[in-house]
Design a protein around this ligand. Structure first.
Ligand code: FAD
Ligand code: SF4
Length: 474
């Protein structure tokens, strides 16, 4: 009997494009069972190798088939502390689903599409979140002698904190912002990742004894040296990549030209869409261009759309990208959702100049058409501008989402902490140890802009090295 993949229910584009409520509804138990029952329970489960943290995917899906949902989540937790988060944001099509044996078979038999592993992970995680069982804690008396400082509370910091706290280590997380979560809080909008999901994952860490010290920028308020002097045995740096890149073209300082980072932070972290109830305002235009092709660009476009539509104001949002849809790094689902909601795309287009009016605000954008050339180091075909193909598009707001690099505040304040030519912190890839004794790092501050699960994978490795080191101490 053919078994078709079970899609998740979504709110219609008309219903959702004016608010910040979640777009995709999770599986019901019946839907989860149906989808899980498509899994072949392969002896050589290739999906596991596709997961950066090696979740035992076959077994957790098997537990769902047996209706043992608590066991399904327990299996995921062995490798991943945050299934409700990863089940919502992981680019599964490039990871576990890509490796699923049914992906290959699916080419020949459409009904055999890869298992919706991420949807099932979200289902198992959400079931556990709503019933809040106590997390498996492998507490180790000996390790409770030690205190470890985690700097940064994004996925890397949270994951490292969880791994250590589960073993009994006393962990303090230092975070520069006033709320924990990193990009999960200030970058990814709540219509993709509801804030209460992040809150519940963080409070589960607090239940394990993790302490959060917010509004504390290490490198300014405190130094790494201070942390060691205060008795911390090791330090993990999960600083992320929070500094936006700019195009470096004329007019970038005009009014209403934002970095996506600032735009999203104003809304997601500071509640600017609720101004004046919240104190931070944000300008939103009627003809908005978002420059870039990653998740950040999709999020910025969809947030901008909602800010106006939510107030009953019509708005045009255009994503401008130098390559084609095929090369876009954003998750396919986000591109599709953006399209459905009315975001337009201008491909093979390179911005060359922002043009302003007499009031100093953006009025239009000068662009050149591109064609695709040879592949770059990552295998993506390079855009080549076509000489003489200049054209101008009218916009009253631009949001630049072309990449992020690591913030250097802590690096500058820490003599001997080595960085590479991209300004990422250098680590030994086997241990994640930095150039400094007792200091480890992971996530975007090491690998550059990546994914939530990749950041967690690095943090787990670092936590393993820290535990090994602590266990060897007298
Ligand atoms: C808008 C956006 C959307 C994204 N969407 C997805 C997605 O759908 N799926 C996906 O897998 N990935 C996505 N990503 C990428 C993913 O979010 C990142 O790869 C991941 O968050 C990196 O985790 P991290 O812990 O290394 O850093 P971050 O999440 O950046 O967290 C770093 C934290 O450290 C804090 N910090 C920095 N310096 C200091 C200091 N000196 N002292 C104290 N605190 C400090 C920062 O304030 C921040 O809270 C997205 C990224 C963005 C920007
Ligand atoms: S590869 Fe696909 S079918 Fe096989 S165990 Fe993994 S999810 Fe199931």
């Amino acid at each position: 009997m053919k078994k078709w993949p079970v899609k998740m229910n979504e709110r219609s584009p008309e219903d959702r494009a004016g608010d910040f409520k979640e777009v995709v509804a999770g599986y019901t138990p019946e839907e989860a069972l149906l989808e899980a029952s498509r899994c072949l329970q392969c002896r050589d489960a290739r999906c596991v190798a596709g997961c950066p943290v090696g979740i035992n995917i076959r077994d957790f899906i098997g537990a769902i088939v047996r209706k043992d949902f608590a066991q399904a989540c327990a299996i995921i937790w062995e490798k991943n502390n945050f299934p409700s988060i990863c089940g919502r944001v992981c680019p599964a099509e490039n990871q576990c689903r890509k490796a699923c044996v049914l992906t290959k078979k699916g080419a020949a038999f459409a009904s055999l599409e890869a298992i919706n592993i991420n949807f099932l992970e979200r289902f198992a995680g959400d079931r556990a979140l709503s019933s809040r069982p106590s997390r498996v804690s492998v507490s180790d008396e000996d390790l409770s002698r030690f205190r470890v400082a985690v700097v940064g509370s994004g996925p890397a910091g949270l994951c490292c904190a969880g791994e250590l706290a589960r073993r009994g280590v006393r962990v303090v997380v230092f975070e520069g912002l006033h709320k924990p979560g990193g990009v999960l809080r200030y970058g990814i909008p709540s219509f993709r990742l509801p804030q209460d999901v992040v809150d519940r994952e963080i409070s589960a860490l607090e239940d394990l004894g993790v302490v959060f010290r917010l509004n504390t920028l290490v490198g300014k308020t405190l130094t790494i040296e201070d942390l060691f002097r205060d008795g911390f045995s090791s330090v993990f740096l999960g600083l992320g990549a929070g500094t936006p890149s700019f195009l470096g073209i004329p007019g970038e300082s005009l009014g209403n030209v934002y970095s996506a980072n600032e735009f999203l932070t104003r809304v997601n972290l500071m509640g600017a869409h609720l101004f004046p109830e919240y104190h931070t305002p944000v300008n939103v235009g009627r003809r908005i261009v978002v420059i870039g092709g990653g998740n950040t660009a999709m999020d910025a476009a969809r947030v901008a759309l909602r800010l106006q539509r939510g107030n009953g104001i019509s708005v045009d949002v255009t994503v401008l990208y130098r390559r084609t849809m095929e090369e876009m790094p954003a998750r396919r689902l986000e591109i599709e959702h953006a399209r459905q909601e009315g975001v337009r795309f201008e491909f093979l287009t390179s911005p060359t100049r922002f043009l302003g009016g007499t009031d100093g605000s953006l009025q239009s954008l000068e662009c050149l058409r591109c064609r695709l050339g040879e592949p770059d180091a990552r295998g993506r075909r390079r855009p080549q501008e076509i000489p003489g193909s200049v054209f101008v598009l009218d916009f009253d707001q631009a949001i630049v989402a072309i990449g992020l690099t690591a913030n250097q505040v802590l690096v500058r304040a820490t003599p001997g902490l080595e960085v590479n030519s991209n300004l990422d912190i250098t680590v030994d890839p086997h241990t994640m140890r930095t150039s400094l004794q007792g200091v480890y790092a992971g996530g975007d501050v090491v690998g550059g802009e990546g994914t939530v699960i990749e950041a967690m994978g690095m943090a787990k490795k670092a936590a393993g090295s820290i535990l090994k080191c602590l266990e060897s101490l007298p």
